[in-house]
Design a protein around this ligand. Structure first.
Ligand code: NAD
Ligand code: MN
Length: 352
């Protein structure tokens, strides 16, 4: 497996270090798992040195990897729109990583702040290549009282169809009975009505799956009232982003929530990253939780043909969280980032 590693900023390199320790452990335990990793320094520090987030030709260079493992990006000295739009967005969009898989799953040993009847375990498929996160629009009449801004949402039938088809197919394959679509077509009447229409059409190809279209505002409340009732949620780029940080809060926090940016056809590499950012408030202190990053690496193994290794990593993380008193401060413990990574590695060794 030829892997591009971009640790990024803040806690990115701290949690990435633990994920790489885990991957190297797997490769030392399994001679059939050969890992060729290249660490790429593209980050805010790189920007401050060169004036660019990534060098010219970076995307052509990345194309030849099997996968990209990404940490997090964001630094107070660089505007957030630069770090996002000159690094993450071009990768997601150019590599047609149109499905952002975001599990909202309570790991064994992790309590939810909610008192639910059953463990929370669903997955959000967020549209990742178009939607509200567009570059189109502009500001006018600067410095006057009439100053205004317009930001265009772009939704296409093809874009909505491929995302929702992925969600329904996943539901069928995994024996799920329901798909919930996050909408707001009562107020956003052009793009969101297209969203509803296309999803209804795709849903008709899956008569075994029950589709519910729910207004995003009410859905936010249902995430709190009955999170255990969801199985598969499909959402636009913005709605999916917000819903999954809410989801993370339900299952132990941002330190535990991974994601996969998939190009399902495999024409381009997919990218795996925690949903959290660079967490400047805790960076440099060795207290970041590495689980979201390690779980993202597990999603990468699953997607790249090694679901067996992915299971070993998941079991290792759950063994630590359920059976040991090793916890980073976000989970109420005193352990360091490296303590947590080391405990997970011991739990991986214990299985082999
Ligand atoms: P954030 O996710 O970085 O942090 C939010 C809160 O969660 C903070 O209190 C932080 O300490 C905590 N947290 C996050 N990850 C954690 C972990 N692994 N362990 C323990 N606690 C953790 O979001 P923010 O503060 O809104 O943004 C900070 C920077 O990150 C900004 O520059 C933003 O643009 C950027 N950002 C980047 C990405 C990305 O790289 N894909 C995603 C979101 C935000
Ligand atoms: Mn986000």
């Amino acid at each position: 497996m030829k892997l591009a590693v971009m640790a990024g900023d803040g806690i990115g390199p701290e949690v990435m270090n633990e994920a790489l320790k885990v991957l190297n452990t797997l490769s030392s335990l399994d001679s059939g798992f050969q890992l060729e990793m290249e660490e790429l320094p593209w980050s805010s520090a790189y920007y401050m040195e060169t004036g660019r987030m990534m060098p010219e030709g970076a995307l052509d260079y990345l194309r030849h990897f099997d996968a990209i493992l990404f940490g997090a990006i964001g630094d107070a000295r660089v505007p957030d729109e630069v770090t996002i739009w000159d690094l993450i967005m071009p990768i997601r969009k150019q590599f047609q990583q149109y499905v952002n898989v975001r599990p909202v799953k309570q790991l064994k040993g992790v309590a939810s702040p909610l008192d639910t009847k059953a463990p929370i375990d669903f997955v959000v498929f967020r549209e990742n290549a178009e939607g509200e996160y567009s570059h189109m629009g502009g500001r006018m009449y600067d410095q006057t009282d009439q100053e205004m801004a317009v930001q265009t949402t772009v939704m296409t039938k093809a874009g909505i169809r491929r995302l929702s088809d992925y969600g329904f197919a996943y539901a069928r394959k995994h024996g799920k009975k329901t798909v919930t679509s996050a909408t707001k077509s009562n107020a956003i009447i052009h793009t969101m009505k297209l969203w509803d229409d296309v999803i209804r059409e795709v849903g008709q190809e899956y008569p075994d799956i029950q589709l519910s279209s729910v207004y995003i505002d009410a859905l936010a409340a249902y995430f709190i009232n009955r999170p255990e009732s969801f199985e598969v949620v499909i959402a636009s780029n913005l709605f999916g982003d917000i819903l999954t940080d809410l989801g993370a809060g339900l299952v132990g926090g941002l330190g535990l929530s991974p994601s996969a940016n998939l190009n399902p056809e495999g024409r381009f590499p997919s990218m795996f990253e925690p949903i959290h950012g660079s967490a400047p408030d805790i960076s440099g202190k060795g207290m970041a939780n590495p689980v979201a990053q390690i779980w993202s690496a597990a999603l990468m193994l699953e997607h790249n043909g090694r679901p067996d290794l992915s299971d070993i990593v998941m079991n290792g993380m759950e063994a630590v969280l359920a059976e040991q008193d090793v916890r980073t401060p976000d989970l109420g413990g005193k352990s360091s980032t490296a303590d947590m990574g080391d405990a997970i590695i011991r739990a991986i060794h214990a299985q082999t």
